[in-house]
Design a protein around this ligand. Sequence first.
Ligand SMILES: Nc1ncnc2c1ncn2[C@@H]1O[C@H](COP(=O)(O)OP(=O)(O)O)[C@@H](O)[C@H]1O
Ligand SMILES: [Mg+2]
Length: 299
Amino acid sequence: MTLAIEVRDLSKTFRGSRKALDNVTLKVAPGEMVALLGASGSGKSTLLRHIAGFVAGDAGTGAIQVHGDDIQRHGRLSRRVRFARQQIGFVFQQFNLVGRSSLMTNVLTGMLPRVPLWRSLSKFFLQREIDVGMAALAQVGIDDYAFQRASTLSGGQQQRAAIARTLVQNARIILADEPIASLDPESSRRVMDTLAEIQRERQVTVVVSLHQVDVALKYCPRVVALRQGQVVYDGPSSELTPQMLQDLYGAELSELLPAGLPPATDATSAASTSAGQAVPAAAADRRSNRLRRPALQTA
Ligand SMILES: Nc1ncnc2c1ncn2[C@@H]1O[C@H](COP(=O)(O)OP(=O)(O)O)[C@@H](O)[C@H]1O
Ligand SMILES: [Mg+2]
């Protein structure tokens, strides 16, 4: 089976700083929903931006493919990166919509690589294209606002429009970089429900970087955790222990955990593996130390 995403030995050093990505290897199967966790500065955005082909890794290192198509190799973007990129929808923390344009226009820009240049310049869309845009807006629950300016809508609604744009694009992979970081809890829930529904119904692959640990556990069966640019955990979210989270986030952790999750205790730290291990050992006696994982809510 062809992997949806394959990252091999990817490193990235920004000028004058330590490695933002340090030999990252990651495989994601089609249709998975994966959370990317890590403290601020751990490399989440950098990794997503490399997968999307926005930036190239260090010269001579690494390779990234999506569905078998090269994004980059040895620190150079593929010549066919534009083609490969069409499979990828990117969702940004700050939505990236054109505020004075309608939701419909914003969403239909997802089609631009496929429509002739004169039409994309004139923003002239065919009725059947508008129908596709409407269906996408309906899927994310905001078709009532299709012809309203994006800037008049709430952050949560704008983010759902950004997701609808990836549907119009027919993206098979959605990379979402902290999509709920600017949203209130209710809007966050709706955005995450929307991503989960699309993943389930369309078998789209979703990789979402999140700050909130409880959200990752609720929505994503698999967690990949980064620390200082290295993958320090890749496994079931149900096997993440409080101690691993403590190792990942340090002092930041208390802000990221809601009251319902247990703090790391001596007992859990004795039983848990260190976060320095790539894959945790599946020890039966660790079960009691696992974090509670709320049931997945459907929209
Ligand atoms: N364009 C850039 N130039 C220089 N350093 C950068 C740039 N982008 C990210 N970094 C550095 O790379 C590291 C990882 O950053 P980032 O991927 O944004 O982390 P995260 O998204 O997990 O907060 C940080 O040390 C950050 O300062
Ligand atoms: Mg980031």
